[in-house]
Structure formats: structure tokens, C-alpha cells
Design a protein around this ligand. Sequence first.
Ligand code: NAD
Length: 519
Amino acid sequence: MLFPFRNEPLTDFTQAHEQTAFQRALDKVKAMLGREIPAVIDGERLWNEQGFVSINPSRPEEVLARFPKLDVSHADRAIDAAARAFKTWQHVPVEERARYLLHAAAEMRRRKHEFSAVMVLEVGKSWAEADADTAEAIDFMEYYARQAMRIADSSDLLTPFPGEQLSLYYIPLGVGVVISPWNFPNAIATGMTSAALVAGNTVCFKPAEPSSWIAAMICDLFYESGIPRGVLNFMPGKGSVIGARMVDSPQTRFIAFTGSKEVGLRIFESAGKTQPGQLWLKRTILEMGGKDAVVVDETANLEAASVAIVQSAFGFQGQKCSAGSRAIVVDNVYDQVIGRAVELTSKLTVGAPDQSHLIDQGPVVDKNSYQKIMEYIEVGTQEGKLLLGGKPLITPENGYFIPPTIFGDVAPDARIAQEEIFGPVLACIRARDFDDALNIANGTEFGLTGALFSLDRARIERARREYHVGNLYFNRKCTGAFVGVHPFGGFNMSGTDSKAGGPDYLLLFTQAKSVAERL
Ligand code: NAD
């Protein structure tokens, strides 16, 4: 018997004892810096030579952890191991598989500040953002454990038929390749991995390189919970080398990917090509980018709208797929709403987040991101009016700090209003009226999240039907989905709309078997 699912509470960092506890966790993980972290294939820890390092983007000279050099032969070994392990893991009763998740969730809860502290160092999350990431990871394990037991035998959903005893089972698919991004390095990696495992699949898990340390901690949690060898293989390394090889393997049955549109499309294409010896159509679960908007009309609570614009645009330096990177405001309140958003944004503190819980904005994740975002800022100066930020912050440690940057009067079809920048850059667009604003909001290739601030019932109802996004929010920010509360996933080029954290998600990791026995 399990208690009903409840979301993990977030930490209140205004409390001195919580600050002390988090600081202690930071000190503890800092004492581990520079370790060699092996890959894990078929239960064996594998180290050869140093392949790459994970660094602290606030102080790029600081090496956090070292990882081995994996090539395609390791990728093949991991897939073989997962295929062997599937023979038995698929028959482990669902209650038992669920208990591995519940055990891992309990342990992550006990050590939650440690997991969060690693993200503060490895990807530059503020304390509050890191804490929310860990809480979401715990939620995914608790939620999917319950969902797996709910769906495993769905025979009661069938229509009775005279003389036959009917069953509907959701059985596992096989070997899954899980490929995660660095921006929710605990929540998304844990979520995709635990969903695959609890549904009875075996996994080769390849995390994004910049967040390989936290990924190793997640795997260790499962290993410590006693998960059998080969069921979960930890494969740190290059996406284009080992990731692509595992995607291509004829033994791979499905790919669960979260990341950019470019890589998602490549995986979609590769997975569609049948390899010699392949017995199935590979399933792809692909969650990709966004160019999300906060729309504000003249009836809205304008102060609440300005606050939400700032939170949506700049939480975790704008490095969220759900980030509200466009503010679309109707003309007659545009100056007031954007003026206030600029004022609020100018008060955000930027700095190395391990220094204080009061830092709102850390660095962007790495040098490539930094350069790409600075190029977009350059483009923005041609396409709009720079209202705030724009210049990189020079620090003694040469961290990748970019201050929150706002461009005003950007055209809806400008590059900074259409392309995912994935950094602290907000494009503000002036709309003639609500109709125009809704059109602009829908006018990108993406369709992940969107918000509308309005007190007009008819407009809210219209947006409910016509605002074409997977996650729509009224009179609140467009980030911050909770597991079980706001099932998450997007339309169009934002992905396959898998609705992570929702009641249908696990079905994607299974196939349904219908059985009828004549009595
Ligand atoms: P990315 O696409 O660069 O990398 C994602 C993963 O793919 C990494 O593990 C990477 O190593 C791997 N990879 C790269 N090339 C590969 C290849 N050829 N074959 C197989 N794997 C390969 O994305 P990122 O920079 O890590 O993450 C940021 C992106 O993720 C943004 O676009 C963001 O919007 C998106 N994202 C989407 C969601 C969502 O739920 N829709 C959530 C978080 C992030």
C-alpha cells in the first residue's frame, strides 16, 4: 500500500537553518572535486584515460570531475549488456521494480542538498533553482512508481465478452537509450531513466557532458538500491559518438531524448532507418526546444504580468525549454508593463551561486553557450532597442556571466523572436490588440509553453482553444511545471508531446498486449 502521490516540498532558504544545511552540503561536495568518475557497463566500473572533464561555469578553471574516454565499442558493449539484462528484468514484478524507485527517492530526499549543491557547482543553478530540480527528480520517482503499478494490468478497462477471459497488459519494450540535457540535469535525467526502468526496460543512459557528475550520482543511487547489473548502464561521453552509435544499434528498441531541436531531429531520422537485423520500429520520445511567450492584454493585472515576465524569462539564466523568451504586450499597456519588467530585472543579482543563496542568476553553462548567446545579443542590437544588459560581466574568475538582457520593439519575425537562444535574453513585442498578440504567440515553429495575462473571460476561453502550446498557463508564469500537476511536453518542433509527469507518460515506455482465453 502506498500513500497517494504528493509533490516534494521546496526548501525555504530565508530560514537560517536551511542556509546552514545547504552550505554544509556545498562544503561536502567541494571536498570531492577532481575525482575520476568511471562509466558503468554491465555492472563493471570502467576507467581508461581521461576523456573529458566537467567544470564549474562560474570559475571555468575549476575541474569538478573527470570522465573516461568512451568510443563506439563501449557503446556496443553497453547495448549488449542491456539486451542481456532485459531477458530477466522484464519479468521482475512491477511492485519490485517500483520499490527500486521508491528506495532511490527516499535516499535522494535524505541527501537532497548534496544533489542540489552539485548542480550549483556544475551548471550554475541558484540554490532555489537547484532545490526545485532535485524536488522534481524525487517527484518523478515517486510518481512513476505509482503509475507503473496502476497501468501494468489494465484488464478492468476492457468490455466483458461472453465466454472469454480478457486481459490487457502493458509490457516493456526492451533496450532503451536515454539521452538527457544539462539544464534540468537531475529532474529530466532521473525522470526519463526511472520511467524506462519501472516499465521493465533496461537502459543505456548518456547524460549531457556538462552535467555528467550529477548524472553519475543519479546512477549510483540506483546501483546502491541494488538494481541488477546491466539494467542501467552509465555512459558519459560525446553525443555524436556514443549517443549516435547507441541510437543506431539494431538492438535498441526505443530512445528517450530531451534536448535541442537540431539533435532531436537527427535522432528522429536515424531511428527511422531500419538497421540489418532489426526486428522492430524504434520508438522515439523526443522533447525539444521552445520559444515561449507571455502575452499581456489591457485588462490584465499589469504588476503580476511584469513579475511573471521577469520570472519566466530569467529563471536559471533563461536556460529552460519553458523560458518565456518573448513578452507580447498589447500597445496601450506595453510601455507600462515592459518598463516595470525592466525595472524588476535590473534588481536581479548576478554572480557565482555557490557564494550565497541571494544570487538570482549564475553563469550560462559553458563557453559555447556563452558565445552563442553573445552572438544573439549582437543580432538583437540590429533587431530591437536594447533596454537592459547586453554586455558580458567581467569577473576575476572569467566565469560565463551574461546579465539579464532585454530588447524592446522587436518584430515578431525577427531572429531573436523566432530562434531559441537559451540564455538570459528577452524579446519584447508590441501587439496591436489581443487578436494580434495571439497570432504572434502562435507564430513560431515551436509550441511548448505559453502564458496569457488577461481578466477577460471570452479571451481566456479563446486562448484555451487557440493558443497552440502543450502547456498553457493563465495569469501565471510559463515556467515551473509540477509533476502530476502539469504534465509537460510540447507541440510542433517542441517535440513528441510526451507529457512527462502525467498519467500517460509511462505508456510510451510500454507496448500493450491483449489476451483472450476461451473458457
Ligand atoms: P543538446 O541537444 O545539445 O544535447 C542533448 C543531449 O543529446 C546531450 O546528452 C548530448 O550529448 C546528446 N547528443 C548530441 N548529439 C547527439 C547525437 N548526434 N546523437 C545522440 N545524442 C546526441 O541539448 P542541451 O544543450 O543539452 O539542452 C538544451 C536543449 O534542451 C534546449 O534546446 C532546450 O529547450 C531543450 N530542453 C527541452 C526540454 C523539454 O522538455 N522539451 C526540457 C529541457 C531542455
